[in-house]
Design a protein around this ligand. Structure first.
Ligand code: SF4
Ligand code: FES
Length: 235
């Protein structure tokens, strides 16, 4: 094996399956390239997911040495000679690195994650580029539903009673949108038992988001709205 090889330890569902592989480095090399090399050269049956390969579809989330990342956009650390790859945390493992994302999407659905247009608006209703609400909306729009935040959040990943960072970020974006008519129900969901008060503000979600979103900041904003008298009525 060439000197520029590294050892990759991969979670396998079958304890009898090979879980440690020597892989030749390439330059550049993403975590997904490692997995494809393992599949090509060592074990065609290894289970992992990907689709777009350009950080857009959100399907390739894994943990690299414990950190939740997109496999397709995360470089293999040049200084390491061994890395470990595990499935995203907090979601049922289907096989190897493949997880069932249904629990993540169930929480997402609870915040009415789509715009509910106000009856009094005519189409097209536009938010002006310099509108104040854009300061809140624009930075939170690029969520790709990868679940890295969910996987890195001990509350979301460790229990089944928290909406989680992505759903709450989505709720904040829609509550901030003056064209939307469902702000009160979203604030009610965010203020309920599985809502913002479950957040411990560790900021792991914001630290790992591959799109640079700040779900913890969104949760803080929702909490501020919820605490303001009449907030649910005037959003
Ligand atoms: S908020 Fe970021 S980390 Fe969470 S699902 Fe969306 S893109 Fe992924
Ligand atoms: S393969 Fe689509 S985000 Fe990684």
């Amino acid at each position: 094996m060439p000197a520029n090889a590294l050892t990759v330890v991969v979670h396998r569902s079958d304890p009898e399956a090979q879980h440690s592989f020597r892989v030749t480095r390439t330059e550049p090399m993403m975590v997904l390239d490692l997995l494809l090399a393992i599949q090509r050269e060592h074990d065609a049956a290894i289970g992992f997911k990907y689709s777009c390969r350009v950080a857009m579809c959100g399907t390739c989330t894994v943990r690299l040495d414990g950190r939740s990342v997109l496999a397709c956009q995360t470089p293999v650390p040049p200084e390491r000679d061994t890395v470990r790859i595990d499935p995203a945390a907090g979601l049922p493992v289907v096989r190897d690195l493949v997880v069932d994302t249904a629990p993540f999407w169930r929480e997402w659905a609870k915040v009415t994650p789509y715009l509910v247009p106000r009856d009094d608006l005519t189409e097209p209703a536009v938010i002006a580029p310099d509108a104040e609400e854009r300061q809140l909306i624009d930075p939170g729009l690029d969520c790709i539903g990868c679940g890295a935040c969910f996987s890195s959040c001990a509350v979301a990943a460790g229990s089944r009673d928290f909406l989680g960072p992505a759903a709450l970020n989505r709720a904040m974006v829609l509550v901030a949108d003056s064209r939307d008519a469902a702000g009160a129900q979203r604030l009610a969901a965010a203020g309920g038992a599985g809502g913002v008060d479950r957040c411990h503000y560790v900021y792991g979600c914001s630290a790992v988001c591959p799109k640079g979103l700040d779900p913890a900041g969104a949760i803080r904003q929702l909490r501020a709205w919820r605490l303001r008298p009449g907030s649910a009525d005037d959003r």
